[in-house]
Design a protein around this ligand. Structure first.
Ligand code: UT7
Length: 326
């Protein structure tokens, strides 16, 4: 069977840095609470006019330049997002237009914080089947636009960002994305939602619509997250035919450092094998694990030939894991 390798990557985060102390000026919170309960110190927040697609395009452009890749060779573009500029067109079409990938098929995937791995695994199937040779997989979320900025329990947790990966088939056996696991847990769908609210004072003609925003059952989500991520890595490792101690680096979804440490403990993974960048960005939903992989490679935490475990969970609930031989 053909293998699928990552051949290039790109990343983008907005310029504006918002610290915990900045947030303490708008909601009743503190740097001490946010740091000890989540590990987050700051996050990037996009400018009002900066759209999710702008971030997706910048990350994609970097992946193309770094890979010195001709966009005309891209057969498929999948964007993982739950904060698209609008319900349609698909963000993948906007990326296609911006990078000039005229021959690509384009669609989006909505799997919340698990979106990047859902998109990666989906794209991989098109490549393994022989239908396509090259795909661009993008994860982009502007969580700041779906925050309730009066709710201290959610608004301190999230940030904005994007990352993009070019993937390609190769005849080399057992390299690249060596195993995949995805699972839906629909019974927990009310643990995290984006809700839209209509306020109807007296008469229909006075309807006021509030922007959709995130609501979350944090402590409940915490427990399912730990169990489902640990289980996902275990299953993906077994599917890859490797033991947990052969994994050089675990890169988990960056929702809460306490969740990450609990997953690491369940897996028996020492601290130095677990990549964490949550302190700089908070939770960027689909983009979190995608940016973390980029930074793990750039920092030398992931080296050529290493087995890497990517693992995520998110609203749905949905979880996923991939083992990659880098
Ligand atoms: O990608 C998936 C996204 N979401 C998650 O993964 C979230 C998973 N859950 C979590 O990360 C944690 O549950 C949270 C960080 C959301 C909350 O931490 P916690 O330790 O579970 O706190 P809690 O919700 O049990 O709240 C403890 C206290 C409460 O006060 P009382 O009732 O004990 O007086 C909250 O009102 O902390 C209060 N609190 C805050 N205090 C200061 C909640 N948010 C804040 C805040 N600043 N920002």
């Amino acid at each position: 069977m053909k293998s699928v390798e990552i051949i290039s990557m790109g990343r983008y985060v907005p310029e504006r840095i918002v610290t915990n102390n900045d947030l303490a000026k708008i909601v009743d919170t503190s740097d001490e609470w946010i740091t000890t309960r989540t590990g987050i110190k700051e996050r990037r927040i996009a400018a009002d006019e900066e759209k999710t697609s702008d971030m997706a395009i910048k990350a994609s452009q970097e992946a193309i330049i770094r890979g010195q890749f001709d966009p005309q060779e891209i057969d498929l573009i999948i964007v993982a997002t739950t904060t698209a500029d609008s319900a349609f067109p698909a963000m993948a079409c906007l990326v296609q237009q911006a990078i000039g990938a005229k021959k690509a098929a384009t669609f989006d995937i909505a799997a919340a914080c698990s979106g990047f791995l859902y998109a990666l695994t989906t794209a991989k199937q098109f490549l393994v089947s022989g239908m396509y040779k090259n795909a661009l997989v993008v994860a982009a979320d502007k969580m700041s636009k779906v925050m309730d900025w009066n709710d201290r329990a959610t608004c301190v947790l999230f940030g904005d960002g994007a990352a993009a990966y070019l993937i390609q088939t190769t005849d080399k056996p057992n390299v690249g994305i060596v195993s995949d696991f995805m699972l839906g847990l629909g019974e927990y769908s009310d643990y995290m939602q984006i809700i839209a609210e209509e306020i109807k004072p007296l008469e229909q003609k006075n309807i006021m619509v509030r922007n959709p925003y995130v609501v979350m059952k944090g402590p409940e989500l915490f427990k399912v997250a730990v169990n489902s991520m640990a289980e996902a890595v275990d299953i993906a490792a077994k599917k890859a035919g490797i033991t947990l101690d052969q994994i050089a680096c675990v890169i988990p979804h960056q929702a809460n450092d306490r969740i990450i440490q609990a997953v690491a403990k369940k897996l028996g993974a020492p601290k130095e094998k677990v990549f964490v960048n949550i302190e700089k960005y908070g939770n960027m939903s689909a983009a979190s694990v995608a940016i973390a992989l980029y930074e793990a490679v750039e920092s030398g935490a992931v080296k050529k030939g290493d087995y890497v475990a990517l693992v995520v969970f998110g609203a749905g609930l949905v979880s996923a894991a991939n083992i990659i031989k880098w």
